[in-house]
Design a protein around this ligand. Structure first.
Ligand code: SAM
Length: 190
């Protein structure tokens, strides 16, 4: 068999948790592939909150959603994911089914604009609080560029210390590939 590659495996994980009517978060919209996947999974009865610090990324995401007829259930925020608590409804605390963060830089965009390790950790901490019981947070981590290496170390340290009575943490990684390929950290809330 061929083992599932990183991005398809994120979809397998999302499919296991998401259903129509759910609330989901895309912490890094980029070109909107994950935002659209979340929007289709939760349907027009659900809600998706999407974040990106680059206007260009949000425009690309909006265009993709519009072309697919999936804008109604999505709210896009031009701000850092670290500020998520400022925009989420407080009554949605404990109700979020899934969140995904595809870290690093915007494909086809400015490679000097990358996710910031400190802000990523802040956002992860806040989202763990927002997740419902059985909810899932997925991080796609890119250790192959200098800031990514620092971020990789930080999120791995943080997630590996989460209390196992409250969270399961999975690392999905191809360990014999060259050039430090991306890997997944998936956190399931008990
Ligand atoms: N998930 C995207 C897709 O499906 O196309 C790819 C995301 S891309 C690898 C990473 C994105 O994170 C970039 O668009 C970048 O602007 C964004 N980003 C960087 N720092 C951020 C922050 N603090 N808050 C939200 N987004 C951020």
């Amino acid at each position: 068999m061929t083992l599932q590659r990183i991005l398809p495996f994120t979809r397998t994980l999302l499919d296991a948790v998401l259903t129509k009517g759910d609330i989901a978060i895309d912490g890094t919209c980029g070109n909107g592939h994950d935002t659209l996947y979340l929007a289709e999974s939760v349907s027009e009865t659900g809600k998706v909150y999407g974040f990106d610090i680059q206007k260009e990324a949000l425009e690309s995401t909006h265009k993709r959603l519009e072309e697919a007829g999936q804008t109604a259930q999505v709210t896009l925020f031009h701000r850092s994911h670290a500020t998520i608590n400022d925009v989420m409804d407080t009554d949605e605390k404990g109700k979020v089914a899934a969140a995904i963060f595809n870290l690093g830089y915007l494909p086809g965009g400015d490679k000097s604009i990358v996710t910031n390790p400190g802000e990523t950790l802040q956002a992860v901490t806040r989202i763990l609080d927002l997740l419902r019981s059985d909810g899932l947070l997925i991080l796609v981590v890119y250790p192959g560029h200098p800031e990514g290496k620092i971020e990789s170390k930080l999120v791995t340290e943080f997630t590996s210390q989460l209390n196992q009575s409250h969270y399961q943490v999975l690392k999905y990684q191809f360990i014999n590939q060259v050039n430090e390929p991306p890997y997944i950290l998936a956190i399931s809330k008990k």
